[in-house]
Design a protein around this ligand. Structure first.
Ligand code: HOZ
Length: 409
């Protein structure tokens, strides 16, 4: 496989290979049909292969698949992003969420003239050297939150703190000249948990008072939890935002943007270099624009909330004692009953029970991500029947592992 999160190492067994996907369902090469809650790890918010996206890609492809020259799609995308996310006064397109966060931190360091970053344990910002320190997602699943190959000197420039610990952040600001604080405003790579009231506001204030930049990684939450992302929901304005996933409609894409005076530091206007042959690629832009416009046309977020609530109801009915977190169409079922608000609390879950649950669901045609640390996604293509069926499968899957290995319940 081409990305470790697909390897099933966190749950055991062999990964399956997919033949095709449509709506909320995927079919593997052996002809098995599955209800999919991974949604290509987030981008498929309309479901798989939605007509509007496929048509937009086909039509764009007929006019050329890549130019490496500015094109009107990029301009439309920039307009849409800055309209929907007001903190984004200027934006640059890239090809992945990793590129977006990597570029944000270079820009933050260039703008502030400082080197030290603060990140939070369990937050995952792609496989950027400076950010692969106590990281979430596959790095956490495979027990390597600090990657080999990251120079010690670079890792030393990243201070990692517990999420939701405002005092620890205040202390770090007292000790160091901080360039930037980067976080997933709703961490979704060590399970899914939420900022405590006031935490994001405190970060905002500390950054402002100390001349540091606040970077929101909204690769997961952008256009997913609300039209304007988590920053709209919580009413906290970052200096820079990294985006990806949903904005590409399933094609490889990322973007970063924010305050104009910071973005103006980028080459060719400024001294911070950042570039890419395929950045602003017409197929990715066309796919993303089609997906975002469709979401808005049908007011997708309201429907996703309804589906999410229905999903929550069936899951909670099946396992009332497990911790279940949901925001809109993002969810995570923790195999524990203690509260989850940071990495340490998210790691108390029963990994064996999760693995048994995962395989029991897969056998019955329901596909969740193969790790207790990944977030699940609903799409507009999930039907009430899909969700009802999932409820039955979850209930059956939990009846055994609950008794056998979820010993604390
Ligand atoms: N970005 C996703 C993390 N939740 C996983 C995708 C991957 O690493 O392949």
């Amino acid at each position: 496989m081409n990305s470790p999160v697909r390897a099933f190492r966190g749950v055991g067994g062999e990964p399956f290979f997919v033949e095709r996907a449509s709506g909320a369902h995927i079919w593997d090469v052996d002809g098995r049909e599955l209800i999919d809650y991974v949604g290509t790890w987030g981008p498929a918010i309309l479901g798989h292969a939605p007509r509007v996206v496929v048509e937009a890609v086909e039509s764009a492809a007929r006019r050329g698949v890549s130019f490496g020259i500015p094109n009107p799609f990029e301009v439309e995308m920039a307009r849409l992003l800055s309209e929907w996310v007001p903190s984004i006064e200027k934006v640059r397109m890239v090809n992945s969420g990793t590129e977006a966060t990597m570029s944000c931190i270079r820009l933050a360091r260039g703008f502030t003239g400082r080197d030290v970053l603060i990140k939070f344990a369990g937050c995952y910002h792609g496989h950027v050297d400076s950010l692969l320190v106590k990281a979430g997602s596959g790095a956490l699943t495979h027990g390597r939150p600090d990657s080999a190959g990251v120079p010690e000197a670079l890792a030393r420039l990243t201070i990692t703190l517990p999420f939701n610990d405002a005092e620890a952040v205040e202390q770090a600001f007292r000790n160091e000249r901080i360039a930037a604080v980067i976080l997933e405003p709703i961490p979704a790579n060590a399970g899914l948990f939420f900022p405590k009231p006031g935490f994001l506001e405190t970060l905002r204030t500390l950054c402002r008072e100390n001349g540091a930049l606040l970077l929101f990684d909204e690769v997961m939450t952008g256009f997913r939890v609300a039209r304007g992302g988590a920053q709209e929901l919580y009413g906290v304005t970052p200096d820079l935002t990294a985006l990806g996933k949903v904005i590409g409609g399933g094609l490889p894409v990322g973007a970063f943007g924010g305050r104009a005076e910071i973005m103006d530091m980028l080459a060719p206007d400024g001294p911070v270099y950042q570039a890419g042959t395929l950045s602003g690629n017409p197929l990715a832009m066309a796919a993303g624009l089609a997906q975002l416009r469709e979401l808005e046309r049908v007011n997708g977020w309201a429907t996703l909330e309804k589906l999410g609530a229905q999903f929550e109801q069936v899951v909670r009915a099946a396992c009332p004692k497990h911790v279940f977190h949901r925001i809109g169409s993002m969810f995570c079922l923790f195999f524990q009953e203690e509260e989850v608000y940071d990495l340490a609390s998210a790691q108390r879950g029963d990994a064996k029970a999760f693995a048994a649950f995962f395989h029991a669901c897969l056998r019955e045609g329901v596909y969740f991500a193969p790790s207790p640390y990944e977030t699940g996604f609903l799409s507009l293509a999930h039907t009430e029947a899909d969700i009802r069926r999932t409820g039955e499968v979850v209930a059956a899957a939990l009846s055994k592992p609950c008794k056998d290995s979820f010993s604390r319940l």
